[in-house]
Design a protein around this ligand. Sequence first.
Ligand code: SF4
Ligand code: SF4
Length: 157
Amino acid sequence: MASIFREVGETFSTLVQGFSVTFRNMFRKTVTENYPFEPVHFQPRYRGIHVLHRDESGLEKCVGCFLCAAACPANCIYIEAAENTDASRISAGERYASVYNIDYSRCIFCGYCVEACPTDAITHGHGFELATYDINSLIYRKEQLLEKQPVAPTAGR
Ligand code: SF4
Ligand code: SF4
């Protein structure tokens, strides 16, 4: 008998908890994004298309260490590393990523690659427009992910 009362009590409290969420949200102000006519507003922590960053001198932060690829549970990062030379310096480290691809048909936006990166070279941006009819175009190359080179200040400005 006691267990029946306990079960009824637990069910009642679970219902109250569940409906409290429903009722709280019923009276919240609704937010409608007028996409695609107006830009979408994101939470700062939103995980969108990755961005490969540059340092303050414009060099690529990625040093081709493969740690992000090793951490990726979806195995969707493909990197080829190459050596920097004095004549051609791409990153501040010994190596840089000559190829850096992310396959967005596999990426689950878990952020493990971002956490694994020792140089903060990769973060999630807010890009989200990935829909396509061609699965091959979901492989994003370094050129698409890399931050643009800062524009050198014009003399006399
Ligand atoms: S977000 Fe996750 S799944 Fe996507 S590339 Fe990074 S580690 Fe891989
Ligand atoms: S993005 Fe970061 S973790 Fe990945 S290869 Fe470049 S430096 Fe290493």
